[in-house]
Design a binder for this molecule. Sequence first.
Ligand code: PHE
Length: 399
Amino acid sequence: MFGRRAWIGLALAGFTALAGCGKKDEVKKDGGPAASGQGATAAPQTGDILVGAYLSLSGEETQFGKDTQEGIDLATDEVNQAGGVKGRKIKVLYEDDKSNAAEATQKVRQLIDRKVVALLGEVASSRSLAGGLIANTSKIPMITPSSTAVKVTTGREYVFRVCFTDDAQGVAAAEFVAQKLNKKKVSILYAAQDPYSSGLAESFRETAKKLGLEIVADKGFQKGEKNFRTYLEQVTAPKPDIIFTPIYYSDMVPIAQQAKEKNIPGSMFLGGDGWDSEDLLKGAGAELDGAYFTNHYAPDVPWENSKKFVAAYKERFKRDPSSLAAQGYDAARLLYDAMGRAGVIEPKAIRDALAATKGFQGATGTISMDANRNADKPLVVVQIKDKKFQYFATTNEKK
Ligand code: PHE
């Protein structure tokens, strides 16, 4: 819906170039997945059903991976305890991509070589773009629980998501500023090379302009930067009412700490779903008191479907689930549901069943797949208060 710019990312230029222009993705036959061609071969119809999950289980965004894994484990155990799918148990093979896109590519290749019939992963859009290229070329269906960058599913017939896209999230964030907070002047601070952060910033920027907000500063920082003090001076100098920071918690913690040194109140910041981590609360919960962010879900969300999941998760893991856990759970449950609806447990039939999903009752809302394999879902706004995430509002509530 909105035009994407060339700054989508240097590291990803190769992938986005392949994904763009309606051109089909291609992977050279260098012993990779295209050569193994598993999508075309018949999957075994007895024994455990093998599902691959590639996640950030170490590295920068470890919390993303761990939370998602817990959600997937909960879903898998529930389904297996209830008899599995078509009388067969599901076995999830996990791979750690170390929060790195190149590793994600390799891990997806390895999982496909191990004959998985479907893939779950990744959380971060940069890694889902990388892994999704391999999954799509190999014709193995993949569901990302939480990658919101628009391009993740574009033109990739085998790639699905159970979350909303950043186009929807950027619009919701800008509307929240203009219509709920009734603010006027905004600054934007984002991660220039990251497809999630820059895509979300772009969507916000476009809607903000349409709504008559004034963008008084707009700064992209570089990957690996740790000292944000100059950026903070630049984005606060023109006296904004709000600073939009659509970045991951791993960058937001030092930014919030450095903002505190400059007496910038936490309530000036507005984030996106990348903030959702216990690590944000631990590292900068006090500094961000009063801040808001758009998200998929909150543990205290007043949705009937979420309650059963929250209770089961708390009982097993003794803490509140993050949205990552809820989305990992939904991605896995939806995959197993599609397997049940598929005529046969093989990649193409599972893909077709996933594409046909309508009204699936997930912990993060009711999920129907649209023609572009994206879930059309409500968004929530969460506020940080007393070092806790608190449900604040639901936007674009669905019929
Ligand atoms: N939406 C983020 C991305 O696309 C990942 C994310 C999802 C982070 C949910 C936190 C919570 O990269």
